[in-house]
Design a protein around this ligand. Structure first.
Ligand SMILES: [Zn+2]
Length: 210
């Protein structure tokens, strides 16, 4: 059994050429392991504690914290979770113990029967996506900034402007994740349903030269 609670929807809005307002989607997976994915900015500590409280949880009930990549708005409160294993991009650790996992060879990291972490580089070269099988047996992908928001499917300029360290890989992994998932929780927007039309658009975009 796995409950997926998006505690905060991410957002990103350009204020002008040099400034933007942004925070990431922060998600709780409740199940055999309680897992928090992406911990917002360092100024959101109290918001996270409050959202967990609404789920009858404290920070010490969390056994994994996963940051889809190492940018400041996705790691800001990792140090609230001192009983948890930390996965930040391709790096897996607890205290000063590091567990060397071959994400770079494409290998997934299985947390339990319903939750696994797969490498999906592009936005950064060490981005990961969390795949969760929900109570209704649907697959939900917590993608971090592999997908910025729903609108970036029609308008790839949105994810490209958000920064991509490898555009070709990102296009491939966007399409791959859409094939695997029924729902996507993107890095900076509300959760959306993956349709066959979306899968087709993303498949075509692999072949577009940027
Ligand atoms: Zn982000």
């Amino acid at each position: 059994m796995c409950d997926i609670v998006v505690m905060y929807d991410g957002y990103s809005n350009l204020k002008n050429k040099h400034e933007m307002k942004a925070n990431c989607s922060c998600t709780l997976i409740k199940g055999f392991h309680n897992i928090v994915v992406d911990t917002m900015t360092s100024w959101d500590r109290d918001k996270i504690i409050l959202a967990l409280k609404k789920e009858d949880l404290t920070v010490d009930d969390i056994s994994y914290v996963i940051s889809t990549h190492g940018h400041s708005d996705h790691i800001g409160n990792n140090n609230l979770f001192l009983k948890a294993k930390h996965i930040v991009g391709f790096s897996v650790s607890f205290k000063d113990d590091y567990y060397l996992h071959p994400f770079d060879e494409g290998e997934e990291f299985k947390i339990n029967n319903n939750v696994k972490v797969i490498p999906t580089p592009g936005h950064t070269l060490t981005d990961v996506t969390v795949l969760v099988i929900s109570n209704s047996k649907e697959t939900v992908a917590l993608t971090g900034d592999l997908f910025e928001k729903f609108e970036d499917i029609e308008d790839p300029g949105i994810w490209l402007d958000a920064g991509s360290e490898d555009e070709v890989l990102q296009r491939k992994n966007r399409s791959k994740v859409a094939q695997l998932a029924d729902w996507i929780v993107p890095g900076h927007g509300p959760k959306f349903k993956v349709t066959d039309e979306i899968r087709e658009i993303l498949l075509k975009q692999i072949h577009i030269q940027s």
